[in-house]
Design a protein around this ligand. Structure first.
Ligand SMILES: [Zn+2]
Length: 328
């Protein structure tokens, strides 16, 4: 089997740096690739971490899974990129620095890329060709980044991807399990058509987006949920032997979600936690001024499960506050 033109034989686990572009001083821009080809045939699972440069948990989840897996016990193939947007990662920012990325700052808006396009499109096109295409499923690992904390599974598609891979995406989040709530449903926003999940779905590759962590650091408990979720999926696929953990626990599945906005800037005092189920009108947080005076209260627009909370308390008008998944 070949990854980026490098041959990996059955029973081999490899890690290598792959040049995907070059800097103006002609140094290489590289991503680290980790792959494992099991001794037996089976599904091919792809994993991408850190499409957003300040979301660290995906890198850690991938590395722990790759450290744990033994090619002699594996049926199938793992192909992973722990840090996908290396330019954003090296800047400790969510997006590619504007002077480099031009209008393609957010890697997760330019899939499936373009080999003759701008820099980000070229990098994405290589990840598309060598990691995503030909896989039986892809896990696109995200989290809240510096400003937010997240704990949910992103499983949204368009009407078309729902038709092509919807049943397989549902299997992925059910297998992931552990009671982690799910954002499902169909989206229509045109700027999201370049997301990996939509483009993979159109290609016939189901994509699940675990969102676990945030705050600009790693959280052991959430990393463990991610590692277990990946292992559960591998067990369900028959790639490894073992007993899945946290199957059959109730998972809230929201068909839509929203982030209530504040009218003004201020300091957010959280009044809810990840995974809370709250009724319509429940107070999710209080916005105060820097003198401690309450400016306004942020309320749940409908009965909701909480997907994201603020980590950084300072908000501007229009900032995302609390991510509410609609429950019926
Ligand atoms: Zn992200």
């Amino acid at each position: 089997m070949e990854f980026f033109g490098k041959r990996v034989n059955k029973g081999e686990k490899v890690a290598f740096k792959q040049e995907v572009a070059s800097y103006p001083n002609s140094d290489h821009i590289s991503v680290t690739v980790r792959a494992c080809v099991g001794v037996r045939d089976g599904p091919r699972l792809a994993m991408l971490g850190v499409q957003h440069g300040d979301e660290y948990s995906g890198m850690e989840i991938i590395n722990r899974v790759m450290d744990a897996v033994n090619p002699s016990d594996l049926s199938g193939v793992l192909i992973t990129v722990p840090v996908s947007n290396i330019l954003a990662f090296n800047s400790a920012e969510r997006i590619t620095p504007p002077g480099i990325g031009y209008e393609n700052l957010n890697m997760n808006r330019v899939w499936p890329g373009n080999h003759k396009g701008l820099l980000m499109e070229r990098i994405v096109a290589q990840l598309w060709d060598h990691v995503v295409k030909g896989s039986d499923a892809v896990l696109d690992l995200h989290e809240g980044g510096r400003a937010f904390m997240a704990r949910y599974l992103h499983a949204r598609g368009t009407e078309e991807t729902d038709r092509i891979v919807g049943d397989r995406v549902q299997k992925l989040y059910t297998w992931f399990g552990q009671g982690v709530p799910v954002l499902g449903g169909v989206r229509t926003a045109s700027h999201m058509m370049g997301s990996l999940s939509v483009q993979a779905g159109l290609e016939g590759v189901p994509c699940l987006g675990p969102e676990l962590g945030g705050g600009g650091r790693l959280w052991e408990e959430l990393v463990q949920v991610g590692v277990q979720g990946v292992m559960n999926i591998m067990i369900a696929y028959g790639m490894v032997q073992g007993e899945p953990v946290g199957q059959g626990l109730p998972q809230h599945v929201a068909q839509e979600s929203t982030w209530p906005k504040t009218k003004q800037g201020g300091v957010m005092y959280n009044g809810c936690e990840l995974g809370d189920v709250v009724e319509a009108g429940a107070v999710l947080g209080e916005l105060r001024d820097v003198g401690g005076k309450i400016l306004e209260k942020v309320k749940a627009p409908y009965r909701s499960v909480i997907f994201d909370t603020r980590f950084t308390p300072t908000v501007y008008p229009g900032d995302w506050t609390f991510h509410c998944g609609r429950l019926t």
